[in-house]
Design a protein around this ligand. Structure first.
Ligand code: PAF
Length: 277
């Protein structure tokens, strides 16, 4: 399996692929969630490209960019058996050379939820994803449902900028006890690992309530808040019950809705979501 870094190397590798190409964009430190995206791409496309790039522009000044887990050798050994054509591992200098000054910014749907807590985050995500799409020219791109708002934002960007590719969103992969897989789970130690289950428990409780007939979004938000507040290691950043497409908070759940939350467990920030309807 080849790895390429520079843009000329990427162009040569891409030109050698004839037929449909699936791209799995990642920031590395791969887990079963990423591998499931690669497997789905493998099943649906003639060729698969994985990108590994810890994108500095999507991290805020007080976030975990320098600590973000990295292990390229381990990542490549996990990808190797999956039949990937090549892995693109650009450096920050390749993506943002000196003098860089072009950004892609999606508006309204980037403001609530993650956008309200992480100013500038989605501008970094959409810029780098647009650059990954331009570099690899995939027919399909694969993302996980755990980053629900990110995937809504990317879909909007794809529509607005006339990218001719399909965004495929695959189900969240969970540990046996329900914790959504995330590279940041590596930070969870001791009691915090157990405490992190509060996200899954709160979402499950709200979903149960909804399935028993509760359609008030406020009642569902309150249920999630109560469960998070009862966990001493958890600090809630937000809970939401929003329209699936617009991400606007709902009063009543009528159509498809997104239950989502961000919670600090110790110093580790976790997000998770369930879809209703
Ligand atoms: O979801 C991620 O891992 C990142 O946000 C992405 C899409 C690879 C862009 O850096």
């Amino acid at each position: 399996m080849r790895t390429v870094t520079t843009l000329p190397e990427l162009r040569t590798a891409r030109l050698s692929l004839k037929g449909t190409v699936g791209l799995v964009p990642t920031m590395g430190y791969l887990h079963e969630g990423h591998l499931s995206l690669i497997r789905q791409a493998r099943a649906e496309c003639e060729h698969v490209v994985v990108s590994i790039f810890v994108n500095p522009t999507q991290f805020g000044p007080n976030e975990d960019l320098s600590k973000y887990p990295r292990d390229l050798e381990r990542d490549l050994s996990l990808i190797e058996p999956l039949g990937v054509d090549f892995v693109w591992t650009p450096t920050a200098e390749v993506m943002y050379p000196t003098g860089y000054q072009t950004w892609v910014e999606v508006e309204a749907i980037t403001r609530p939820l993650e956008g309200s807590m992480r100013p500038g985050h989605f501008k970094g995500v959409t810029t780098v994803v647009a650059k990954l799409f331009n570099g690899v020219q995939p027919h399909k791109a694969y993302f996980g449902q755990k980053d629900a708002q990110q995937q809504t934002v990317i879909r909007q960007m794809v529509r607005d900028l006339n990218f001719t590719l399909e965004v495929v969103v695959c189900p969240t992969v969970r540990e046996a006890d329900g914790l959504a897989m995330s590279s940041r789970n590596k930070y969870l130690e001791g009691e915090n690992r157990q405490a992190a289950l509060v996200l899954f428990h709160a979402l499950s409780a709200a979903k149960d309530l909804y399935e028993k007939g509760e359609k008030s979004a406020e009642a569902l938000r309150t249920k999630m808040k109560e469960i998070i507040e009862a966990e001493p290691h958890a600090r809630m950043q937000y809970v939401s019950c929003a329209d699936f497409d617009t991400l606007e908070e709902l009063e009543q759940v009528k159509g498809k809705a997104l239950l989502s939350m961000a919670v600090l467990i110790g110093k580790t920030r976790l997000i998770d979501n369930f879809i209703l309807g």
